[in-house]
Design a protein. Structure first.
Length: 161
């Protein structure tokens, strides 16, 4: 007899976005322990990301965010198909990345991936990227971004009058 309930499956699916069979398999392997199953699913998401590293990600979105008319961000986030690019999970991820860039002003994409996620400090942006990749099953890449601050020129601080 299984050591998990339909509610356990539903909760893990909600958190991870992974398929029913993947969640059930993780719960069986974890003997019904939701925490262990969640870790297994996260590991699988990272494994999926590694397997997809050689794929070409030419679809996606350019997300914009303007904070109080003073900070503006454009970020290009790519995936493999336009179907995924239009999905709620992907567009939410792109928006979250734009918010992160506006808030934390990373110097590069590499630095961005290392930063703690502003909405969940237990996750880095890189881990969030791995989670979304596992959930959507496609290679996802934060390709480039631009961050503008009112009164600053090319990284220079504004001149005080």
């Amino acid at each position: 007899m299984a050591n998990y309930t339909i509610q356990d499956i539903a909760e893990l699916r909600e958190v991870t976005g992974m398929g029913l069979m993947d969640v059930k398999k993780a719960l069986v392997e974890a003997d019904g322990d939701k925490k262990k199953a969640l870790n297994l699913l996260k590991e699988r998401g990272a494994h999926i990301m590694a397997k997809k590293a050689d794929r070409h990600a030419a679809e996606g979105v350019i997300e914009s965010y303007v904070h109080i008319g003073r900070i503006g961000v454009l970020v290009e986030v790519n995936c493999e198909t336009d179907f995924v690019a239009r999905s709620e999970s992907f567009t939410e991820f792109a928006h979250d990345v734009a918010l992160q860039i506006a808030s934390m002003a990373p110097a590069s994409v590499e630095e961005l991936l290392e930063q703690p996620f502003i909405k969940d400090s237990k996750l880095s942006i890189g881990q969030y990227l791995a989670d979304v990749t596992g959930k959507l099953g496609e290679k996802i890449v934060i390709s480039r971004y631009s961050r503008l601050v009112l009164g600053e020129l090319a990284g220079e601080k504004p001149v005080e009058d």
